[in-house]
Design a binder for this molecule. Structure first.
Ligand code: HEC
Length: 234
């Protein structure tokens, strides 16, 4: 027997002379009334005046969170130095933090992997027919000026390396290219000159600066012949 079919209640006697409304109200028995109110109660809390206090657990949560952020911020604010995460930060350029010694080989290694290795390969052997090797190349381990000039302006046209001829385009890392500074160019050339089987002396920032000044007028990439005129193969 469904609720709808049960038309009335046991306790609710319709009042004598009850009208239409009373008859309708009577159609809901006490049980149904209680049931409906229980539902309403479950869905909406009893309205009351004033405001409900924030639960204690939530306040504790926020307290812990604020405390933690405060501690974290105090510890890791980096003195609010804008250059604190800069890859170009130089020891001694401000900030009283302990000085980090500049390691040209580490720096050169990173510059090499991020730039040169795509073409010349991580092992410095290049790609036959496309990119010449740097490992054992006289262009690398020979006259330092020649190597610095290649990095600063790039190289194009035929070039012979270890008995093979290449003819491609080597990009520029100088003013007309990626614009690396003296320190980075000294780091990359030193790294390449001392990697794999190469064992040539380091190239100093001073030398890079001198070469930079001497080629200020040169705009495009070098050709191999141009470089060999200035610095013949040893
Ligand atoms: C886009 C590819 C490419 C990248 C990147 C590149 N090179 Fe080259 N590199 C070449 C090509 C091609 C040549 C040969 C150019 C020619 O044929 O005249 C060359 C030639 C050279 C040479 C002279 C030849 C030899 O093998 O010794 C040196 C030295 C050199 N690159 C060093 C570097 C260094 C250092 C870097 C990173 C700073 C670098 N290259 C990045 C393509 C590249």
């Amino acid at each position: 027997m469904s609720d709808q079919e049960k038309p009335s209640s046991h306790n609710h006697e319709p009042a004598p002379g009850a009208g239409h409304e009373q008859h309708e109200a009577a159609a809901y028995g006490d049980e149904e009334m209680v049931h409906v109110h229980k539902q309403l109660e479950r869905e909406n809390g009893e309205p009351e005046e004033g405001f409900t206090p924030v639960p204690l657990a939530l306040m504790v949560c926020f307290g812990v969170l604020f405390f933690w952020t405060g501690m974290y911020f105090t510890k890791y604010n980096g003195d609010f130095r804008p250059d604190v995460f800069s890859a170009d930060w130089r020891p001694g350029s401000g900030g009283q933090q302990g000085e980090v010694a500049f390691d040209p080989i580490k720096r050169g290694d990173r510059l090499f992997s991020n730039n040169c290795a795509t073409c010349h390969q991580a092992d410095g052997n290049g790609v036959p027919g496309a990119f010449p090797p740097l490992d054992g190349s006289p262009w690398v381990v020979g006259a330092p000026e020649r190597f610095v000039k290649i990095v600063m302006r790039g190289l194009q046209g035929p070039v012979e390396v270890k008995g093979n001829t290449y003819n491609g385009n080597m990009p520029s890392y100088g003013e007309n290219g990626l614009d690396w500074d003296d320190r980075d160019i000294s780091a990359i050339t030193t790294f390449v000159r001392q990697s794999w089987s190469n064992e040539a002396p380091a190239i100093s920032e001073e030398l890079v600066a001198e070469v930079r000044a001497s080629i200020a007028d040169k705009s495009g990439a070098w050709s191999a012949d141009e470089l060999l005129d200035m610095h013949p193969m040893e």
